[in-house]
Design a protein around this ligand. Sequence first.
Ligand SMILES: Nc1ncnc2c1ncn2[C@@H]1O[C@H](COP(=O)(O)OP(=O)(O)OP(=O)(O)O)[C@@H](O)[C@H]1O
Ligand SMILES: [Mg+2]
Length: 316
Amino acid sequence: MLAIPINQDNSPEAVLDILCTLKVRDVMTHPILTARPSDTMRQIQQTMKKNRITGIPVTDTASNLLGIVSMDDIISALDSGWIDDPAGLHMTTKVIVLQETMSLSFCVSYFNRFSYGRFPVLDSDSKLVGIVTASDVVSTLLVALNREMEKIEQTSASESQGAAETGPSGERVIEFPTEPFNFEIAGQASTEIKKLLKAAGIDQSVSRRVGIASYELEINQVIHSAGGVMRYVITADTLTIEARDRGPGIPDLERAMTEGFSTATDRVRALGFGAGMGLPNTKRVSDTFTIESSPGGGTVVRAGFTLKPAPEGRTP
Ligand SMILES: Nc1ncnc2c1ncn2[C@@H]1O[C@H](COP(=O)(O)OP(=O)(O)OP(=O)(O)O)[C@@H](O)[C@H]1O
Ligand SMILES: [Mg+2]
């Protein structure tokens, strides 16, 4: 697999901006070649060879994704003598997909988390609209980075995008809304907060933990709730994340806090979530953690952190 050398924790602000602004649909290849389940593995191999590609999604006539045939599947078919069988019998059916409105940061982390060379891209109706390979991402990033470098030379750093206010005791409060399955804005809150901590010279070991907790809580609102608000209260030496949503609430908090417990649907799992690790991980990385929820009502999770400055002489 081609590993993309981008670490979100210590990337320059310009890279983070690009990763959040660009969407999967901006980098994906489309329209794409697809195969039908009745096509033979040999026919697919020939199409792959002719078009110099290493994987083809298999769809029905209504553009629903059924599976994918990769070079590995072709090699297995040749080895096992089923190269003349229909693809429907031998394609890979457990496919991790991206949604076209997700930001590029999702894309990059998927290449790090899953060892696949390509991800099919679905639209909001779950229809196949494109495919993303690591080289699509790299080439788009290079062009965008170049453009960004030119901009940086001309203007000063951009303002944080969250709605910010200053509370009564001088603390800073920043809020970001979340909406169900709106990946257009998912992840934005976490990225902005990491940028802010970085600019404030906070130690990376702290901002990394804040980033993990924030991201998990934010994504939980996007995939499990009717939407809500990610609220960050920052004082000179503390940061509290308050993730508050509009329901449906969590019926059994103890189970929800258990590693591996998840109610994620197949749609959510296909998007790479649903390991049941978000809440336990959030608790593990936070200095203080509380969760309240009432079935039918909303859920409020609070994760607190003690902020400490990066060691002298080290740029965070
Ligand atoms: N904001 C929320 N509203 C309603 N239910 C929630 C919310 N957050 C979590 N849950 C419930 O708690 C379960 C466990 O959450 P957790 O974040 O640990 O795992 P997950 O989101 O299912 O998977 P992962 O986070 O590993 O992708 C969820 O499957 C869901 O049932
Ligand atoms: Mg989760």
